[in-house]
Write a protein of this length. Structure first.
Length: 448
């Protein structure tokens, strides 16, 4: 906890952010499949207009509002070598959703859905409505294409990251999507870990979408509209809202704090660490299968914190459990927040300065064969429990080249003294394909 439609529309490349004030293309196309269009209507959305006139009008209406709030500076391109939302500077808010494909859906339905999602995501990440006609265009006698709650808001650094779960590659009734042969060997359900108390209704999923933004309404808007587009093809299995990032991915970001009050993510992999990203985050061309090259693996863990018990623990004991000073985040072996922990150092009594059961020690790469992961976690508060306690904790998200990296660390943490104050209540793993090329869609390589 302490120590990324048949017709699609080009969007900016991953090499540079494109201001939200420019049109997506000279001639706006609908970009959503007929199935997606019917699904949006069934979920309360209008048909998408086709033609340059409707497209330009819809684009101008939204981009004027985005420009008015400074949206151009907070745009992350959807298309590129890697999906955004991994090494992207961690935003302040999260809406994460896991989906299951509906019964009797086909391979063609899945492909069309990914095309529709990619088209809509490429627009929303620019600060545009989900379609050309948006929330205020088209016929007033039909529901609008976009739900409208983000109208007038800037892009707010929105990123949308799409992943594939193990169950997408299997089925009780056979290989209905024809993907079994393309399943990554490492994309397996996570093993059981000591202390797991998983709610299976809030774990797993055929697909996942991670929407991160600096405005919570922008993140919620993204998941809401992508879910509407999925109507009739996929449904939300479970979702999670998060706030207050618990990690950083750039040197310019300060180290945030988790709900236990400690700085979190001090030693996280940064976007500028090319060697670590190559070795520990991105799937290599030499890895299997080839369609995953440039992608990553995402692990999500919902970790409930027993806040009330923790709040009654002496400060000295809290620091002993974590292995760091609470005020500055320095390791108990001395120095400042960014001083490397010295696991050989002792205190005045001759005991290890950093306890063998401390979180910092058990999670450190030096004691785990050099294993590192890139973390993008968020705090959450889901109201209160039946006992009148806060239902709160950490929604842990990590990206790694191989799921075995997470498994290694989690097994090491079975001895963590902090386990007395946390419970892992939700879990999931997904293959995150590489980024989509302009005019294509996320996951295109999977389908050949």
């Amino acid at each position: 906890m302490t120590d990324s439609a048949p017709d699609t529309e080009p969007a900016p490349s991953d090499s540079a952010a494109t201001p939200a004030a420019g049109p997506v293309s000279a001639v706006e196309r609908s970009g959503v499949s007929r199935r997606g269009l019917l699904g949006m209507v069934g979920a309360g959305a209008a048909g998408l207009a086709v033609g340059a006139g409707a497209g330009i009008a819809g684009t101008v209406a939204v981009t004027q509002a985005s420009a008015a709030t400074g949206g151009a500076a907070s745009v992350h391109p959807f298309y590129g070598e890697h999906q955004s939302g991994i090494t992207t500077e961690v935003q302040d808010h999260l809406h994460f959703a896991a989906y299951d494909m509906m019964a009797r859906t086909t391979r063609e339905d899945l492909i069309a859905l990914l095309k529709d999602w990619s088209y809509a995501a490429s627009r929303m990440t620019q600060g545009l409505d989900v379609s050309a006609t948006g929330a205020v265009g088209g016929s007033v006698e039909a529901p609008p294409d976009d739900t409208g709650e983000a109208l007038g808001l800037a892009a707010n650094s929105l990123t949308i990251t799409i992943g594939f779960g193990p169950t997408l590659f299997e089925s009780d009734t056979g290989d209905r999507f024809g993907l079994a042969a393309q399943r990554p060997p490492e994309l397996q359900r996570l093993p059981a870990f000591l202390g797991d108390a998983l709610d299976l209704d809030h774990s797993g999923g055929d697909l996942c979408i991670q929407a991160c933004a600096d405005d919570p309404q922008v993140a919620v808007h993204a998941i809401r509209n992508l879910s509407r587009i999925a109507f009739g093809r996929a449904k939300i299995r479970w979702s999670q809202l998060g706030f207050g990032r618990t990690s950083k991915t750039t040197v310019d970001q300060s180290t945030p704090r988790n709900l236990f009050g400690f700085k979190d993510g001090t030693a996280n992999i940064l976007a500028t660490d090319a060697d670590a990203l190559r070795d520990d985050v991105w799937v290599a061309a030499s890895d299997q299968p080839s369609w995953m090259a440039g992608g990553s693996y995402l692990v999500a863990r919902k970790i409930a914190m027993i806040i009330e018990s923790w709040d009654r623990v002496r400060l000295a004991e809290q620091q002993h459990i974590i292995g760091r000073d609470k005020a500055q985040g320095a390791p108990l072996s001395g120095g400042d927040e960014f001083t490397a922990p010295d696991f050989q150092a002792t205190d005045a009594s001759g005991a290890p300065a950093i306890a063998p059961t401390s979180h910092v020690r058990l999670a450190h790469p030096d004691l785990n064969g050099g294993v590192r992961i890139l973390r993008r976690g968020y705090n959450f508060v889901d109201g209160n429990t039946d006992l009148g306690r806060l239902s709160a904790g950490l929604f842990f998200l990590s990206f790694q080249r191989s799921p075995e990296q997470f498994v290694t660390l989690q097994r090491s943490l079975s001895k963590d003294a902090m386990n007395e104050y946390i419970r892992h209540v939700g879990s999931g793993i997904w293959a995150i394909p590489p980024g989509a090329a302009e005019g294509s869609y996320v996951g295109a390589g999977l389908f050949g």
